[in-house]
Design a binder for this molecule. Structure first.
Ligand SMILES: NC(=O)c1ccc[n+]([C@@H]2O[C@H](COP(=O)([O-])OP(=O)(O)OC[C@H]3O[C@@H](n4cnc5c(N)ncnc54)[C@H](OP(=O)(O)O)[C@@H]3O)[C@@H](O)[C@H]2O)c1
Ligand code: FES
Length: 375
C-alpha cells in the first residue's frame, strides 16, 4: 500500500516512516526538503499519485498567530484537494488533545480550523488528538521563559512519548478510517510545572520553573483539566522516567535540581563519564553516555557521536531500526556501526567509537582527541 507521510522528516513523521517501511509499505516521506510543499502545492500531485493513504504530520514553521492559521488552512486545503484528485481513501492527521477548549490560543485556533476542513471534506478521515510529546517539553518551557524564569500554570497534563504516538498513528493509518477522533495520552499524569522543572534539571538547564496560576499556555488560559485526555483515550506505554533516563544528559556535578538528579541517572555516580551499565541498554535501544550515543544491536554494542552533524539533533532521542538510526529533528539516517549517511539532509558521516564490555559495565573507547568534556 502506498502511504504518503506529509511532514515525514519531523518528530512523528520520521518515526512513522520507519515503522511503515519496516512493515513493507511503499512510503513517501514528503516535506519541503524532498520537494513537496503543501503551502505552494509544489510536488503534491506527483507525491500523491497512486497513494491509498495520506498521513499529515506537518507543522507550521512559524507559531505566530496569523502565520500558523495561514499554514494549516492553506496546507490542509491544498492537501485535501490533491487527495480528492488522486482518489486517496484515507486522510489521517495528528492534532492536539483539548484543541476545542483552548481557542484563546492562535495555535489551537489553527488546529481547530484544520480539523474542521478535514471533517467537511469528502475524504474518509481519522483525527488522532495527542497530548504533549515528551520531546516537546523543552519547547513548552522555551515558550514560557521570561528572563531566567519559566512561568506556567500548575495544571495537570499527561504527556506521551513520540514513539508511542508514532505506533498509534501507524496502526490507524493502516486500518479503516475512523471518520472521527481518537484521543491518545501518556500512561501517567503530572503537574506541568513539576515535570518541566525535572526535564530542565536533567539537562543542567539553570532556568527555574515557577507555578503561576495566571500564566498563559501558548496564549490561552488553562483550567486544571484542559490538557487531559478523556476516559476513553488510548494510553501509551513508555514511562516518563524511562524516557528521561534514555535521553537526558548525565549530571556532571551537584549543581542541579535534586529531583532531576534522582530521576535521571540513579546509580551512575559510581561510573566514569564514558561508562554505562549493560542493563541500561536493552537490545534495540540507545543510551546517551557523555557525548556519545551507545546502541545495542542484537546484543552487540557500538557508539557514535551523540549529536547529528546536520543541526545537532539528539540521536539518542531518534528511532533505531536494525542498524539505522533516524535523527528526530529532520529525519537524516545513519548506519550506527559505520557512521555512514543513509539519508539526508545530513551530509557528513557520524564519528564512531568502539565499545568494550567488562562484566556488567560497558565502556566507550573514545580517543583522547574526542575525550568527554570534563572527563
Ligand atoms: N509537539 C507536540 O507536543 C504535539 C502534540 C500533539 C499534536 N501535535 C501535532 O503533531 C503534528 C506533528 O508534530 P511534530 O512535532 O512531529 O512536527 P515537526 O517535528 O515540527 O515536523 C514538522 C514537519 O512539517 C514539515 N513541513 C513544514 N512546512 C511544510 C510545508 N510547507 N510543506 C510540507 N511539509 C512541511 C517539516 O519538514 P520540512 O521542514 O522539510 O518542510 C517537518 O517534516 C503537528 O501537526 C502538531 O500540531 C504535536
Ligand atoms: S537531520 Fe537535521 S539535525 Fe539531524
Amino acid at each position: 500500500m502506498k502511504i504518503v507521510v506529509v511532514g515525514g522528516s519531523g518528530v512523528i513523521g520520521s518515526r512513522l516512516v520507519t515503522l511503515l517501511a519496516r512493515d513493507g509499505h511503499e512510503v513517501v516521506a514528503a516535506s519541503r526538503r524532498s520537494g513537496v510543499d503543501t503551502v505552494t502545492g509544489e510536488g503534491l500531485t506527483q507525491a500523491l499519485s497512486g497513494a491509498a493513504v495520506v498521513v499529515d504530520v506537518s507543522n507550521s514553521p512559524s507559531l505566530e498567530d496569523a502565520a500558523v492559521m495561514k499554514f494549516f488552512k492553506t496546507s490542509t486545503h491544498n492537501l485535501l484537494a490533491a487527495e480528492a484528485a488522486a482518489s486517496v481513501r484515507h486522510h489521517v492527521t495528528v492534532s492536539v488533545v483539548g484543541t476545542g477548549r483552548l481557542l484563546g490560543s492562535g495555535y489551537f485556533r489553527a488546529k481547530f480550523a484544520q480539523e474542521k476542513l478535514i471533517k467537511e471534506s469528502s475524504i474518509p478521515y481519522s483525527i488522532i488528538q495527542a497530548t504533549q510529546f515528551f520531546e516537546f517539553l523543552t519547547n513548552i518551557a522555551d515558550a514560557a521563559t521570561h528572563g531566567t524564569a519559566v512561568r506556567v500554570p500548575p495544571v495537570h497534563f499527561q504527556p506521551i512519548a513520540a514513539n508511542d504516538v508514532a505506533r498509534t498513528v501507524n496502526k490507524i493509518a493502516t486500518g479503516d478510517p475512523l471518520n472521527g477522533t481518537l484521543e491518545i495520552g501518556g500512561p501517567e499524569a503530572f503537574y506541568l510545572d513539576g515535570l518541566l522543572q525535572r526535564v530542565l534539571g536533567a539537562r543542567n538547564d539553570p532556568r527555574e520553573v515557577i507555578a503561576d496560576a495566571h500564566a498563559h499556555y501558548f496564549g490561552t488560559d488553562l483550567k486544571d483539566r484542559s490538557l487531559l485526555p478523556g476516559d476513553e483515550a488510548e494510553l501509551g506505554e513508555i514511562l516518563f522516567d524511562d524516557w528521561l533516563g534514555r535521553t537526558a544528559q548525565p549530571i556532571p556535578n551537584a549543581n542541579v535540581q535534586p529531583a532531576a538528579a534522582a530521576g535521571a541517572r540513579t546509580g551512575r555516580s559510581q561510573l566514569k563519564e564514558n561508562e554505562f551499565r549493560v542493563g541500561e541498554v536493552p537490545a534495540a535501544s540507545v543510551l546517551l553516555v557523555g557525548d556519545c550515543a551507545v546502541f545495542n544491536i542484537e546484543g552487540g554494542f557500538c557508539a557514535t557521536q551523540a549529536m547529528c552533524p546536520h543541526r545537532q539533533g539528539p540521536l539518542s532521542e531518534g528511532s533505531l531500526d536494525g542498524t539505522t538510526v533516524t535523527c528526530p529533528l529532520h529525519g537524516a539516517q545513519f548506519n550506527v556501526w559505520t557512521g555512514a549517511v543513509l539519508r539526508g539532509p545530513a551530509k557528513d558521516p557520524l564519528k564512531t567509537y568502539r565499545v568494550t564490555v567488562d562484566g556488567d559495565i560497558g565502556r566507550v573507547e573514545v580517543p583522547l582527541a574526542h575525550a568527554f568534556q570534563g572527563a
